[in-house]
Design a protein around this ligand. Structure first.
Ligand SMILES: Cc1ncc(COP(=O)(O)O)c(C=O)c1O
Length: 368
């Protein structure tokens, strides 16, 4: 088997999707566990999306609309772009893969941060590309350091904004400077999976660069604030020429019909969006105040999750909290063994998180 495998695939470590709630409950023989590990919307999906799916269920014997026409039209209207500027993906994960498949040649370089969404590295390496990373500065993408690592082999750059797992953003000033200095052959992927949580004036105008005809692809998803993670649907926005190339490797019917229907209904549910933003805002405030009281260092976040410094082995904290039925995310795969990342939950979930964290950090094992 070893002789059969591509050497650049053999060295990859599979993505660890985290522990599902049902699995934890079965293992521990408990009920009512909570999952604050994957940055999902704790309010669940939009009721309008649920109603639309129920109505569409009788049609699942048909292939989905391969072009995603209605959803692309709805997105185009909302974003002020044309449907030909949009590509739909089976989650934005699939779009990361399509981008690498369309544009990367083996041996080319992909630039990103050394502590960011792990899929960039996994996918880039799976196409035989070399990952070149720059350290974060104050937990934030250091775009200057990334520019300094570019050369004529550089093809793609991935920026998660806000960044996962730190929740920090690259602001407009930093991004504008970066775009000015970027070598012209480099394609920028701006991954805005948490865009709707980030209610800040100084957020970069990534779509503006797309409108100017720059080489940029903006990725967004229905998995986070729209609460449709299980249906797997995300979208990319870029100039029509870029989308046209990506469409050449896109697999037909990649986005199922229930996902398309739900996404379209969710886009029309402004009330659910506002409620979700407010839940994250209030939850963040509550959690920050608790962390300060407990003397726990955290990284201020523009998203629906927060990175915490446990000042000890984050894996042990994670294990201790699991026993309370609270699932969080340990961070050693991101090179942060002392940290955990928690998703902001409902009011009740946040209280339970704090109780469990207090127990885990206070009760001996772990504080060093
Ligand atoms: C930064 C970032 N990009 C992309 C994704 C993937 O989202 P999707 O569910 O749309 O594939 C995630 C999910 O955690 C993420 O954090």
């Amino acid at each position: 088997m070893k002789k059969l495998i591509n050497p650049h695939i053999a060295e990859l470590k599979p993505y660890n999707p985290g522990k599902p709630i049902q699995e934890l409950e079965r293992e521990l023989g408990i009920a009512g566990a909570i999952k604050l590990a994957s940055n999902e919307n704790p309010l669940g999906p939009s009721p309008k999306a649920l109603a639309a799916i129920k109505e569409a269920l009788g049609e699942i014997h048909r292939y989905p609309d391969g072009n995603g026409l209605y959803l692309k039209q709805a997105l185009a209207t909302k974003l002020g772009v044309k449907p030909e500027n949009i590509i739909l993906g089976n989650g934005s994960d699939e779009l990361i893969e399509i981008i690498c498949r369309t544009f990367l040649n083996p041996g080319e370089h992909v630039v990103s941060a050394d502590c960011t969404f792990v899929e960039y590295e996994l996918v880039a390496k799976s196409f035989g590309a070399k990952m070149v990373t720059a350290p974060l500065k104050d937990f934030t993408y250091d775009l200057e350091a990334m520019l300094a690592r570019m050369d004529d082999k550089t093809k793609l750059v991935f920026i998660a904004n806000p960044n996962n797992p730190t929740g920090t953003i690259v602001d407009r000033v930093a991004f504008d400077r970066f775009m000015k200095d970027l070598p012209p052959q480099v394609l920028v992927v701006m991954d805005e999976a948490y865009y709707e949580y980030m209610l800040r004036e100084d957020f970069p105008d990534s779509l503006g660069y797309m409108q100017q005809g720059r080489n940029i692809i903006v990725l967004r998803t229905f998995s986070k604030i729209y609460g449709l993670a299980a249906l797997r649907i995300g979208y990319g926005i870029a100039k029509a020429e870029t989308i046209d190339y990506m469409n050449r490797v896109w697999l037909p019917f990649n986005v199922n019909s229930l996902a398309q229907t739900a996404a379209q209904a969710a886009l029309g549910d402004a009330e659910h969006l506002l409620r979700s933003q407010e839940t994250a805002r209030l939850g963040r405030q509550y959690l920050y105040s608790q962390f300060e009281e407990l003397d726990i260092n955290y990284v201020p976040s523009a998203a629906n999750f927060i990175l915490l410094d446990t000042k000890c082995d984050g894996q042990k904290i994670y294990q201790a909290m699991l026993k309370d039925g609270v699932i969080v995310r340990p961070m050693q795969v991101y090179g942060l063994p002392d940290y955990i990342r928690i998703t902001i939950g409902t009011e009740g979930e946040n209280r339970r998180l704090i109780e469990s964290l207090k127990q885990a950090m206070g009760n001996g094992v772990v504080r060093s």
